[in-house]
Design a protein around this ligand. Structure first.
Ligand code: BGC
Ligand code: BGC
Length: 730
């Protein structure tokens, strides 16, 4: 097999090889529905017709018929008959849209996440897609950054579990045989989530230890699961933009981690080495990117315009080009494209399975599991006997898919109104918009809302951010609800009716102006195609809220970044202690409004005293911590029992809590479950000052509970045999 590829490579001219390293958007290609739409810019970019004909891959393409047409036209014009690779952003569903990844994270259900990716792959593949630019596994701590909605949150352990689950779901076990799967491309390598001040594309500057400890594990987890591709990030990593960063891409990714798949730049990121200020011109950008190990340049022409010359000059070894092209060809081979260049694309089957009932049912289930109940003062679940006023800009809106749902259709999305109307008599459901997402309601809209509210026993407010307010290049400095919606809340308040707020949004919000004004808050995120149905299931108690936050909700944006696995500082603030010279704010608490791991249910759980099997652990003798959890409320419910650990004296400072394990359990009223976790020495390892990955002998705390704040504490010791020359103090 490899021999065939090598022989193909030998037949290729240098120009043909370099063209394989070019990726362009769909309108550049013959046979595209929008062919030629950007041929003007093509000429401006300096890409020749010949180069497009030999290009290795296309971006943003789908639709079985269109893919077949483009592939056919491509093969007709391509001297060696090398098929095009079709890549697209299938991030949280293809046409059946699932909740945004941040919401999926809150399900704490990697198995269901895997299923969502499997369905996304099936729909994408039958529509002709070969590679998805997913999963996005950037660790995030700053809700101002619009792209937090693409990530599963602030915890490296949980993010790694989801990274693996998504890769398994997209790729399956055998990409060659199983044409219902697509290759995955983990992104954005690396540490894009740490952009300063939450502003997109901004600088990232982290110590190598921070990088390895928190930011890298999820990418590594995706690769350990067999992820075929890596996409670079737009940001700098220690002063050098990722797409030209030899340490990051060659030393760490290829040499240390042994990754031998395809690395693609993010959109335009090779040419962006120029404005970043590390390349004087396109030629230098190409030089730096290819030497760093970027195999495919997305959407800029630095490679196709300059690499040949750089090779001829002797500045770039042709071996580097050959390696990159071979990796691209290998991926094409793995996907079976040489045998069947159309792969899964099938217009007939596409009509049958894309957006089918079965797929939508999984979306509905996942949406219900992704919602997080943040507050509930005895209003939820609603009863079908109540007269309900559904008010707000999201009452009838289909804008609940979230960013990266380009194939999804808002018209086909189940709105909250539709979801609720299918469950309760029309005469009991009044609906009014009240205001726009960002625009104040007209006189008429406001009086309509007031009239509906007056008639009702309970008000359900459907509020949030429209989908363009989060996602790429959609950062906000003020993360409260838009003013128009805060005013709507105030206008309805004097009626003194029980009020539930359902939030549709893509980031943790500052909930001031909302949380104290209403009786219940259900965070629905952007829940996807079946969003309104899933939320209605929850509101009426036909499904039960079980989501838990995977990203802290700040008390105010002034705390940001605020995350649970922070360091203690030398002067930790002890709430209610009067000490002035401690790490705190004068005007707001240190704690987030809702912490990592938090979420309510329709019932209550009582935790017994946790017990440790012993108070001492050794490297070969793990411990068990167990706890009894009882459903003490009136309804069945799901609890996420969480295990955290803290190392009390490390070589470097250690977080006050780190999630190490969790268990999702389902209990009937009155039922008790015993939950046991094993803690082993491996889970206590971390990066020391010299970057060795090891544990410390000494004292640890272990916490078991319903979230990162309210967990009961126990202690144990790790004892180790001292080795000669062991620098550890203990
Ligand atoms: C985004 C990537 C995406 C790519 C291709 C870029 O702007 O940063 O996440 O995969 O475009 O659409
Ligand atoms: C301050 C120092 C000061 C010292 C003695 C500390 O709390 O941080 O700046 O010099 O007190 O007054």
């Amino acid at each position: 097999m490899e021999e065939q590829l090598l022989s193909l490579l030998r037949q290729m001219t240098l120009d043909e090889k370099i063209a394989q390293m070019l990726q362009l958007a769909t309108p550049f290609f013959k046979g595209a529905d929008d062919e030629g739409m950007i041929t003007g810019p093509m000429a401006q970019m300096g890409v020749s017709e010949q180069q497009v004909q030999n290009a290795g891959s296309v971006l943003g393409l789908s639709g079985a018929r269109q893919v077949i047409n483009i592939q056919q036209a491509h093969l007709n014009h391509n001297r060696l008959g090398i098929p095009l690779l079709v890549m697209s952003d299938i991030v949280h569903g293809f046409k059946t849209i699932f909740p945004v990844p941040l919401a999926i994270g809150c399900s704490w259900d990697p198995e269901l996440a895997e299923k969502s990716a499997e369905i996304a792959a099936r729909e994408a593949s039958v529509s002709g897609v070969h590679v998805t630019y997913a999963p996005m596994v950037d660790l995030v701590r700053d809700p101002r950054w619009g792209r937090v909605m693409e990530s599963t949150g602030e915890d490296p352990y949980l993010n790694s579990l989801f990274a693996r689950a998504f890769v398994r779901g997209f790729q399956g076990k055998n990409l060659t045989e199983d044409t219902d799967r697509v290759a995955a491309c983990v992104k954005h390598f690396a540490a894009y989530g740490a952009v300063e001040a939450g502003r997109d594309y901004n600088t990232v500057d982290l110590s190598e230890r921070q990088l390895r400890e928190y930011y890298l594990p999820a990418y590594k987890a995706a690769l350990d699961e067999g992820c075929e591709m890596v996409m670079t990030s737009f940001n700098t990593v220690d002063g050098i933009p990722a797409s030209g960063n030899r340490w990051l891409l060659r030393k760490l990714l290829r040499e240390e981690w042994g990754f031998n798949g395809v690395v693609i730049s993010d959109w335009g990121a090779v040419k962006e080495l120029i404005p970043h200020g590390v390349a004087a011109d396109e030629a230098e950008a190409a030089y730096k990117a290819v030497r760093a190990g970027v195999d495919i340049e997305m959407m800029t022409p630095c490679y196709v315009r300059h690499l040949a010359k750089l090779v001829e000059n002797g500045d770039v070894e042709e071996r580097l080009i050959d390696e990159a092209v071979l990796r691209i060809l290998r991926l094409k081979q793995k996907l079976g494209l040489f045998e069947n260049p159309f792969r899964g694309a099938d217009p007939q089957r596409e009509r049958e399975i894309v957006f089918c009932e079965a797929h939508r049912a999984v979306s509905r289930e996942l949406a219900a599991k992704s919602c997080v109940l943040l507050k509930n003062d005895n209003v939820l679940p609603l009863s079908k006997e109540q007269r309900i006023a559904l008010i707000g800009p999201f009452a009838r809106s289909g804008d609940i898919l979230g960013s990266w749902s380009w194939q999804g259709s808002q018209e086909d999305a189940v709105s909250l109104y539709e979801g609720m109307a299918s469950k309760t008599e029309a005469s009991r459901l009044l609906v009014a918009e009240g205001c726009g997402v960002e625009t104040r309601g007209t006189e008429e809209q406001r009086s309509e809302a007031l009239a509906a509210a007056r008639e009702a026993d309970v008000i359900v407010l459907a509020l949030g951010e429209h989908s363009g307010m989060s996602g790429e290049a959609s950062c906000r400095a003020d993360i409260r609800l838009p003013q128009a919606q805060l005013e709507l809340i105030q206008e309805l308040k004097p009626l003194n009716k029980p009020t539930v707020a359902v939030l549709f949004n893509g980031r943790p919000l500052d909930l001031h102006g909302l949380v104290d004004e209403v009786d219940a808050v259900l965070e629905a995120w952007f829940p996807g195609s079946e969003g309104g149905a899933a939320v209605a299931d929850l509101l009426f108690g036909e499904a039960r809220p079980s989501g838990r936050l995977t990203m802290s909700f700040p008390y105010s944006v002034g705390q940001v970044p605020v995350y649970y696995n922070a360091y203690n500082t030398g002067r930790p603030h002890v709430p209610d202690a009067p000490d002035h010279y401690v790490s705190k704010y004068l005007d707001i608490p240190n704690e987030p409004l809702f912490p990592f791991g938090f979420g309510l249910t329709y019932t209550t759980f009582e935790y017994g005293e946790p017990r440790l099997s012993a108070d001492e652990m050794t490297e070969d003798r793990p411990l068990t911590v167990s706890v009894r959890v009882t459903n003490t409320g009136p309804l069945p419910g799901e609890e996420v029992v969480q295990l955290y650990i803290r190392d009390l004296a490390g070589d470097v400072v250690r977080p006050i809590k780190e999630l190490k394990d969790f268990r999702k359990i389902s209990l009937e009223p009155g039922e008790t479950a015993e939950v046991a976790f094993t803690i082993s020495e491996r889970q206590l390892r971390y990066y020391h000052s010299d970057l060795t990955y090891a544990s410390d002998a000494g004292e640890f705390r272990v916490y078991v509970g319903p979230n990162s704040r309210d967990a009961a504490e126990l202690r144990f010791r790790l004892t180790k045999k001292r080795e000669a020359g062991d620098p550890a103090w203990q």
